[in-house]
Design a protein around this ligand. Structure first.
Ligand code: GDP
Ligand code: GDP
Length: 495
């Protein structure tokens, strides 16, 4: 376990850095060996992200922060890791450049001033120049003054801004930064996000004994959340990486960083219909353990880490193998974390037509019941049958994520809650009389997950089945699909 923990620690410790997200972004593009990493390291200095060649991790882009003339920006090295396969390189560069074009505010293309221009340079230049963003050509490896004049030869690539630099020696860097920073959009004046007014009920909850976990929400009118952070969790080989690929596709995915301690976590963000789906720490999702046991331990450690950074989790199950003890274990963490959960039964293609074990196609209803029985505590989680590798039902994953993301932020007013409470027939709860408590009133103190404060007659912990009964009644009336419901008890008369 210690080894698994340490591997996980080497990967990102994910902390949210919303500020970093708002900084302007400068992208560095170019084909391999022209000196992009050297330039990147020089620009970011000690603040650069540490790059490790960890087997099994695909790191597309490397981000760092940079300050110049009193202004901060993010910088991305688009050539972080390229496949060893030479043949793949050009297409990979273009894919990266495409992302840079979409995401960056300003772009620096690097060429090696000591070599002849190659056709990938020309194509890349054409692509970047067409993109309509400010672009700069850095002719690198111009280590001496005598060489610098050669940079003029590269004007034929079509850039207006051509600068001779030596990433290794540091010459020309200041001029490059002056120009690049001048091209960035003007700094925005800080505007405080609107905070939702606490309702009287919330204040009441707060009055009881100090501050309650009432979340202050950033809102845009109603509880519109623009981004949902998603953790893909599950044991090894259930298809997490395949699902991630299916969800992000290669072209639509835009990668952006969240600052970590030792290295940056790589998230992939998919924008669809005005909603962003942020898949957290995708390097971690693709991470494989070397031995079976290590892979299994790692999958648990990763699940916990990823849950911490997420709003919604996709608990992936292998349809052929069904719910195993390890699945149940990981599902338990998801439940306790307060994140919303969607159970994703993957590899359903193998259960329908092409069953390898010769059995007839599985009955979806019976199958669902089996999963529900094995994961009782996740009764609120929607369940989807998909095939990540065949691209079957992938669309429904986005829809469900959007739904549960909305549901977990829903707020019920105290008035609605108490009208509801009057109607609940507590006689129906199969709980011994002695274990029952009387609820005077009830208020929703927090969202995400929805958390209710119950004002009761007895200062006792709620009986498990009573809590479940109440949660189900709340769900029947208000939904909260996919989200656990939390309760807190406030006794009127302390025992
Ligand atoms: P990348 O693949 O584009 O990221 O390129 P690297 O930064 O890894 O650099 C490729 C090679 O060029 C390395 O051996 C660097 O040491 C070398 N290099 C980078 N910048 C310069 C420079 O300004 N002058 C010289 N002479 N070599 C450089
Ligand atoms: P991870 O360890 O959870 O990331 O699992 P992978 O994504 O690496 O997938 C494990 C294996 O299952 C790979 O051989 C995939 O090709 C295969 N696989 C993933 N999804 C499906 C699916 O929907 N159907 C089938 N038949 N195979 C799949």
């Amino acid at each position: 376990w210690r080894e698994a923990e340490s591997i996980a620690a080497q990967l990102s410790t994910v902390t949210e850095s919303a500020e970093a997200q708002e900084l302007p972004l400068i992208a560095v593009c170019g084909r391999p060996n022209v000196g992009k990493s050297t330039l990147f390291n020089r620009l970011t200095g000690s603040r650069r992200s540490i790059v490790g060649d960890e087997p099994g991790i695909t790191r597309d882009r490397i981000y760092g922060e940079i300050e110049w003339a009193g202004r901060d920006a993010r910088i991305v090295d688009t050539g972080g890791v390229v496949p060893d396969d030479e043949a793949l390189i050009p297409s990979e560069i273009f894919r990266q450049a495409q992302v840079a074009l979409e995401e960056a505010d300003s772009i620096v293309m690097v060429v090696d001033g000591r070599t002849e221009l190659a056709s990938p340079d020309m194509e890349l230049a054409r692509l970047l120049l067409r993109g309509g963003k400010p672009v700069f050509l850095a002719v690198n490896k111009m280590d001496t003054e005598a060489m610098q004049s050669q940079a003029e030869n590269f004007r034929r690539l079509g850039f207006r801004n051509v600068l001779a630099i030596s990433a290794e020696h540091g010459s020309g860097i200041g001029d490059l930064l002056d120009e690049v920073f001048a091209s960035l959009p003007p700094e925005e004046v800080d505007e405080e996000p609107t905070e939702v007014m606490l309702t009287a009920a919330d204040e009441m909850a707060e009055d009881e004994d100090g501050p309650q976990p009432v979340r202050k929400l950033r809102t845009h009118g109603d509880y519109v959340q623009k981004e949902t952070k998603i953790a893909i969790i599950g044991r090894p080989n259930v298809g997490k990486s395949t699902l991630l690929n299916a969800l992000t596709g290669t072209d639509r995915a835009i990668v952006s960083p969240i600052a970590g301690t030792t290295r940056d976590a790589v998230d992939e963000v998919v924008e669809r219909g005005g909603h962003s789906f942020r898949f957290v720490d995708t390097a971690g999702i693709r991470r494989k353990g070397k031995t079976k046991l290590m892979a299994e331990k790692l999958s648990v450690v990763m699940a916990r880490k990823h849950l911490e950074a997420a709003d919604v989790s996709l608990l992936v199950i292998d349809a052929v193998e069904g719910v195993t003890a390890l699945d149940a274990n990981i599902g338990g963490y998801a439940h306790e974390s307060g994140r919303s959960v969607i159970i994703v039964v993957n590899k359903w293609d193998l259960m329908t037509t092409a069953r390898t074990d010769g059995k007839p196609p599985a009955d979806i209803k019976i199958y669902e019941q089996q999963v529900r029985d094995a994961l009782k505590y996740l009764e609120y989680a929607p369940l989807l049958f998909i095939s990540a590798s065949e691209g079957m039902n992938i669309e429904s994953v986005f829809k469900k994520v959007e739904l549960v993301s909305r549901e977990r932020r829903k707020r019920v007013t105290t008035g609605q809650m108490n009208r509801f409470l009057e109607k609940v027939d507590f006689q129906k709860a199969s709980v011994p009389m002695a274990k029952r408590i009387r609820i005077y009133y009830m208020t929703q103190a927090a969202v995400a997950p929805p958390t209710f404060v119950l004002f009761t007659d007895k200062d006792v912990k709620m009986h498990f089945s009573f809590e479940r009964f109440l949660a189900n009644q709340i769900r029947d009336n208000f939904g909260f699909i996919g989200s656990p419901i939390w309760f807190k008890i406030k006794a009127r008369n302390k025992k």
